[in-house]
Design a protein around this ligand. Structure first.
Ligand SMILES: [Zn+2]
Length: 235
């Protein structure tokens, strides 16, 4: 029995490691709890515990949107961390680098409305930023930032968390101008073929290529944009 239990210890350790493989840890830190935004983050938003829960829910939503039920298909981070800070550049609500999301406390402080408005606004930002954590292809972000910002706002749109200042579907000058304009265009592409955005994201692993639209939908992005604009000009 003694030998058996001695042998069982490393086996149990192995089983414990296997159980955590693929699991992702979600963390949140309020680095400026005494600032107006930090106080509102704790009081109106729900603080770090609620933020961790939202990051977890957002990540699951993103993996579903990207059709990544198999963890091996996902970007391989084992943690996501949100930090509420007061030193982001003015105008930036949040910045994501790798698996680290920084949220500007002043943006929380300046949110119009009650606690529900703060929750909805911050949650929309977190769904957008968490998409940056999990989307493929960011090696091409500088050259093709519009597609990546469009996918991040597409996720926000599908989660039912569009920002109040977004325009309407059909607006915009070109498909890749990013954010809500591209998000609504991607939603149109998704309406042509369910799973379009998931397939596009998967292809982006190899970097951006104009051909992806042709490969998935049989038309160039510019052709699709013309179709999209024509649809909305007809009212
Ligand atoms: Zn973004």
């Amino acid at each position: 029995m003694k030998m058996a239990s001695a042998a069982a210890a490393p086996l149990l350790l192995l089983l414990a490691l296997a159980a955590t493989a693929g699991a992702v840890t979600f963390d949140a830190i309020n680095a400026v709890p005494d600032s107006a935004g930090g106080q509102r983050f704790d009081r109106d938003y729900g603080g770090v515990e609620y933020a961790k829960q939202v990051l977890s829910e957002a990540s699951s939503f993103i993996w579903t949107t990207f059709n990544q039920s198999n963890p091996e298909d996902r970007v391989g981070y084992d943690s996501v961390t949100l930090t509420v800070v007061d030193n982001l550049q003015p105008g930036a609500v949040a910045v994501t680098i790798g698996n680290a999301i920084a949220l500007r406390a002043q943006s929380v402080a300046e949110t119009n409305g009650d606690a529900a408005a703060v929750k909805e606004g911050v949650n929309g930002v977190l769904y957008h930023e968490a998409t940056h954590v999990w989307q493929w292809g960011l090696q091409d972000y500088t050259a093709h930032w519009g597609i990546f910002e469009g996918i991040a706002d597409y996720v926000r749109l599908k989660a039912g968390l569009p920002a109040g200042n977004w325009g309407q579907p059909g607006e915009g000058k070109q498909w890749d101008e990013g954010y809500a304009v591209t998000a609504y265009f991607l939603d149109y592409c998704e309406s042509l073929k369910s799973g379009f955005v998931a397939e596009l994201n998967g292809k982006l692993k190899d970097g951006y290529n104009d051909e992806y639209f042709v490969q998935i939908l049989g038309k160039t992005a510019d052709q699709l944009w013309s179709d999209y604009k024509a649809k909305y000009s007809q009212g």
